[in-house]
Design a protein around this ligand. Structure first.
Ligand SMILES: Nc1ncnc2c1ncn2[C@@H]1O[C@H](COP(=O)(O)OP(=O)(O)OP(=O)(O)O)[C@@H](O)[C@H]1O
Length: 251
């Protein structure tokens, strides 16, 4: 649904972005299109350098685009000044990175509380969120005293504390061992299934992408194709479909 009362969480409309490297332009994104519906879990896949992180950063408003539009919940973010964009991002988006990006001198609960206190939101849901993410008993711990999986759960709690319209995740399992990475993926899946969270995740791993509803494949900064994931979260099937697309696309 995309009427003015129920705008889509994310529309990427013909977005292009180039960087300069050694004096030559590098086209990281070329007329990329994507629509994310409420409650959807989408994975972006593609080879190294295909533009995945640039797309996620553009969706987060961390990278300005050269052409096209990024529309979050009905707002074209290119129309916002830097300061309004920062406020808008805090209210509407949650962002999770591979490296957790927690403040090392703050406890788990204070890391989670940080964005909400900045925006003067109620913080009474911090404990509930930590409980939901299975780390309530770690709430007084500093990041350095927590495992990688626990730190990523804190980062996810922090990203969700302002009830964002969209959760963006850039290789969220990239720093974790495979068992812990799968636990984080399962958690993201549950957040979609049980709480209708909307998630856009970047990964190059089929066993991470398989948890999404839909996989969008980029190549050389453009949309190559997309496919729905099999119901039973089968990494081999996802790897097969992904490789077939890349092979067919390269003919
Ligand atoms: N700040 C930058 N300056 C110059 N070139 C950049 C910059 N950011 C990205 N690029 C280039 O844009 C292209 C897309 O990069 P991007 O990081 O989005 O790809 P990716 O698919 O996320 O790659 P990876 O899987 O290796 O992280 C690459 O050629 C990259 O070198």
């Amino acid at each position: 649904m995309n009427d003015s009362a129920h705008p889509l969480p994310l529309i990427v409309d013909n977005v292009s972005r180039a960087f300069s490297r050694g004096g030559s332009p590098v086209e990281a994104l070329r007329e990329v299109n994507l629509e994310v519906k409420y409650g959807e879990f989408i994975a972006i896949m593609g080879a190294s350098g295909s533009g995945k992180s640039t797309l996620l950063h553009a969706a987060a408003g961390l990278t300005r685009v050269d052409a096209g539009r990024i529309v979050i919940s009905g707002q074209d973010i290119s129309e916002l000044s830097d300061s309004r964009l920062t406020k808008f991002r805090r209210k509407h988006l949650g962002i999770v990175f591979q490296s957790f990006n927690l403040i090392p001198t703050l406890s788990a609960e204070d890391n989670v509380r940080l964005p909400s206190s900045l925006d003067e939101h109620q913080d009474d849901q911090v404990d509930a969120l930590l409980d939901r993410l299975g780390i309530l008993d770690r709430r007084k711990h500093m990041p350095g005293a927590m495992s990688g999986g626990e730190q990523q759960r804190v980062a996810i709690a922090r990203a969700l504390v302002c009830q964002p319209d969209l959760l963006l995740a850039d290789e969220p399992t990239g720093s974790l061992d495979s068992v812990t990475g799968q636990e984080i993926c399962k958690l993201l899946r549950q957040l979609c299934d049980e709480e209708q969270r909307t998630i856009l995740l970047v990964t190059h791993e089929p066993n991470v992408a398989m948890w999404a509803d839909r996989i969008v494949v980029l190549r050389d900064g453009t949309n190559l194709s997309e496919f729905k994931t099999p119901d039973r979260h089968d990494p081999l099937e996802v790897a097969h479909q992904y490789q077939s697309l890349l092979t067919v696309g390269s003919c």
